[in-house]
Design a protein. Structure first.
Length: 276
């Protein structure tokens, strides 16, 4: 039994099997990229479109590439895209800031991962080939702040980032973004590409850092929740998932001689509030 702030965790299961890695979950066919009120925002190759709750089309905006994510805030929508033509060093496509009511383009931006900040404001981050940054934009697409940080954004009482830099050894940390481009450092990470963190109801972040689950509080205080025995040099794909009661750490290790085969380990922990 391990305590993590206001939570207790108990290991209840471990399974090993041949299987598929925990890829990012694909949206079911027809499911929108984002939904807010009477607007559902969809993406298909070459277009962004909004529909009403009854499926009636509201507007369509032609784009280069294929939309992959949308973020809605106060009458604005930020859509990131994949493209083979936009840049010579990856799948990055333009990021579009649109008016949610009519699809009018407000600004064309550059970034691969976004987040909302309320009031029609957004964060947009980019990493790779000497770039490691997060930019804040207002509802008109004007830059309002910039930080030397990038990763998974957690917006609540401020902005925390579980950094991802692809360096070996990594310089990544869990950090907080402060006004004026200031980055407040928290615990260092060992994994250059940690998967998306879990956010518990009290704001605690659970981060799968290689074979270690770290719990990080709102003040960037950290403790180790669990450690799983995986080889330090193993080629793995990882995910951390929480269903409201149980936390599952999924680690898929690639077979050295057969790249299409994976051994998948799943560790399950029961999380309960300390007062329960």
């Amino acid at each position: 039994m391990t305590s993590i702030g206001a939570w207790r965790a108990k290991a209840v299961d471990h399974r090993r099997e041949e299987g598929t890695p925990p890829y990012e979950r694909a949206l079911p066919p027809g499911e929108p990229l984002a939904r807010r009120g009477e607007f559902a925002v969809h993406g298909a190759r070459g277009e962004i479109r909004a529909t009403a709750p009854d499926g009636r089309p509201l507007w369509t905006h032609a784009v280069a590439g294929r939309p992959n994510a949308a973020h809605i805030s106060a009458g604005r929508v930020l859509v990131t895209t994949d493209s083979l033509e936009y840049t010579p060093w990856g799948f990055l496509g333009p990021a579009y800031l649109l008016d949610l009511t009519d699809g009018r383009r407000i600004a064309e931006l550059r970034g691969e991962r976004g987040a909302t900040r309320g009031g029609g404001r957004f964060l947009l981050g980019l990493e790779g080939y000497g770039i490691f940054e997060t930019v804040a934009y207002d509802r008109d697409g004007a830059e309002t702040d910039r930080w030397d940080s990038y990763g998974h954004y957690v917006v609540g009482s401020g902005v925390r980032v579980v950094e991802a830099d692809r360096r070996i050894p990594t310089r990544g940390r869990v950090v907080r973004l402060l006004p004026g481009g200031t980055v407040s450092p928290g615990p260092a990470l060992n994994d250059p590409q940690p998967p998306k963190p879990v956010v518990l109801p009290d704001g605690t972040l659970l981060v799968l850092d290689g074979g270690t689950i770290r719990a990080v509080g709102r003040d960037l205080d950290a403790t180790v929740l669990a450690e799983m025995p995986i080889p330090a040099d193993a080629r793995t794909l990882r995910a951390l998932r929480w269903d409201g009661t149980h936390l599952r750490a999924i680690i898929a290790e690639q077979h050295p001689a057969e790249p299409t085969r994976y051994t998948v380990d799943t560790w399950t922990y029961r999380l309960t509030p300390t007062g329960a």
